[in-house]
Design a protein around this ligand. Structure first.
Ligand SMILES: *Cc1c(COP(=O)(O)O)cnc(C)c1O
Length: 384
């Protein structure tokens, strides 16, 4: 088997698909040190620049002093600490829903929510560009999985109309992680109402970023429904780590009994929950960060003029530039790095074949000058 593994790795390398890690030697932020180089980074999901914010760091230290480092047990045994409880209450209050349930990561939340809600005899309807964790969860649930082309509501409607499943769950990224576009939530919800399905939204990239108050995609569209199962993560705009599901009390009560990635894992450390709580407070209280971020998004679209490459339409912090081939995307990323800018090349299977791209993430930690510098370097790299 090891020989086969080596051969597969060699094959990947030949196709320009080998993934490599770099060592981040500084804190996360606009300016980072990576493998000894100082770079201006457009490559994190730290959209509000909270990952190294003093409030989050202080909250973490204080919680470590009070609650210790490890939790020593799962939530349902003795690992559910005061900080977890407070964070869940704060999330429910902030989102104006009856209840929230915390998970250790977004990946686990998706596995837990979907396998906890549907099983054999049920059906899942999923956008083809959904995050890998949602696809894995659907497969693991053993429900019938129907994948519809990206945003194709007519295809989804046909699938729903033809389904005789007991429970029907439509699942979509609220903001698609490699395109930055927003799901047509009102239309999805209307279909769910028509066909008695429920709508699960993964708002990993919208929570903290979308909506005037930072409440994410539901505030963006100004809608609320008992049919919506809202999930978001705390490791992106909220600057910490973890994830949660929010909605009706009965939903949370039920998942507490059925979500295995919640039940059979050690509760995450209280200092992590404390920093997430500080992050959520800043999302609520410091709207200037969000306004600054949206100003930078507008600036990029107003001023970036590319010829061969294409800045994709996106009103979120994710700003992909379509390059095409794997080699060209890698070359582009390398060229930017030589100019001191860190932007990752995203290749298949993360994105469809032939759509390799540069994935720019803007953050409130960037300045107007940072973004203008990025634009100048991009235009130079494109013509190189
Ligand atoms: C990042 C991400 C996740 C996973 O969240 P983690 O907390 O990093 O495990 C899930 N869904 C989407 C859409 C994501 O972008």
């Amino acid at each position: 088997m090891l020989d086969e593994l080596q051969a597969e790795l060699n094959q990947r390398a030949l196709q320009g698909l080998l993934r490599k890690r770099r060592v981040l030697q500084s804190a996360q932020g606009a300016h980072v040190q990576v493998d000894g180089e100082h770079l201006l980074s457009f490559s994190s999901n730290d959209y509000l620049g909270l990952a190294s914010h003093p409030d989050l760091v202080e909250a973490m230290k204080l919680a470590a002093d009070q609650a210790g480092a490890g939790t020593g047990a799962s939530h349902l045994v003795t690992g559910h600490q005061l900080m977890h409880d407070r964070l869940e209450q704060q999330l429910a209050r902030f989102l104006k829903v009856p209840a929230a349930l915390l998970f250790t990561t977004g990946y686990m939340a998706n596995l837990g929510i979907i396998t906890g809600l549907v099983g054999r005899g049920d059906a899942v309807f999923a956008d083809k560009l959904n995050h890998a964790s949602l696809n894995d969860a659907a497969v693991l649930s053993r429900a019938d999985l129907h994948r519809y082309p990206h945003h194709d509501l007519a295809a989804l409607e046909k699938m729903l109309a033809n389904s005789a499943a007991k429970r029907k769950l439509v699942i979509a990224d609220a903001v698609f992680s490699m395109d930055g576009d927003i799901a047509p939530v009102p239309a999805l919800l209307a279909l769910c109402e028509r066909y008695d399905a429920y709508l699960m939204l993964d708002d990993a990239h919208g929570f903290g970023v979308l909506g005037a108050g930072g409440r994410g995609v539901l505030e963006h569209f100004n809608l609320y429904s008992e049919r919506i199962i809202y999930m978001a993560t705390l490791g992106k705009a909220a600057g910490a780590a973890g994830a949660f599901v929010a909605g009706e009390q009965v939903l949370v009560d039920y998942l507490l009994q059925t979500a295995k990635p919640y039940i059979y894992t050690t509760a995450s450390p209280a200092p992590v929950a404390a920093s997430a709580l500080a992050g959520v407070r800043l999302i609520e209280q410091d709207s200037q960060r969000r306004q600054h971020l949206h100003g930078l998004i507008k600036l990029l679209h107003d001023e970036c003029r590319l010829q061969r490459w294409r800045l994709m339409p996106s009103e979120t912090a994710i700003q992909p530039i379509l390059v095409g081939s794997n080699e060209d995307a890698l070359k582009a990323s390398e060229c930017l790095r030589e100019s001191g800018i860190l932007v990752p090349a995203i290749r298949p299977p993360t994105v469809p074949k032939g759509t390799a791209r540069l994935r720019i993430s803007l953050s409130a930690a960037h300045t107007v000058a940072d973004v203008r510098h990025l634009i100048a370097v991009l235009e130079k790299a494109e013509s190189a």
